[in-house]
Ligand binder design. Sequence first.
Ligand code: IYR
Length: 223
Amino acid sequence: MPEVKLIPLQHFQRYSEAQMLERARTFFEEIRGRRTVRDFSNEPVPEQVIRDCLAAAASAPSGANMQPWHFVLVRDPAVKRRIREAAEQEEQEFYTHRASPEWLEALRPLGTDANKAFLERAPILIAIFSQKYGLLPDGRKVKHYYPAESVGLATGFLLAALHHAGLASLTHTPSPMGFLNEILERPRNERPFLLLVVGYPDQGARVPDIQRKELDEVLSVFG
Ligand code: IYR
């Protein structure tokens, strides 16, 4: 083992097998109920809840512990409007020119189109940026490792935390998303990873009638 300072493991909780079964099942039942929502209420959400969910996201593991992420919390209606306008412009191109017929066919069950009213109506947008490299105060670059995987992990933590706290979310990926750097004043080493829309579902919110694959379809076991 290389010389490195190690400290005792903290916070790991060992449970009885019965407790583990109960906890695993309870978590599954809760997380399986998460659905991507597109009909948002404009009701505000408690800021501290969002902050705690973001802190949970930022606790995710990452390549060489570089934590190659940055989150921008947007509540300002004027900024939300600019984001909506820019996103709708890209989406218009996507739905009329850029997307292949095969892609549009795959999206059909979701019923999505270029209208992104939720970007203004939902109380919160969270733009998630991935950093290819970090920047030290003196301007030197620090290489990051596995940024896409790392930011994906943090985003998964965030989606689970928001759902657990009682908030709905939508993982939105206008493409290309470069306009987010400009509007949100993020530096060149950061690439937009995902635009998360967060709030309460609108009254009577509806979602596409789609199913997840059964576990047996996505799992194979050796031994
Ligand atoms: N970005 C577009 C299209 C879109 C693409 C995928 I892949 C989706 O899972 C959903 C939508 C949009 O947001 O409408």
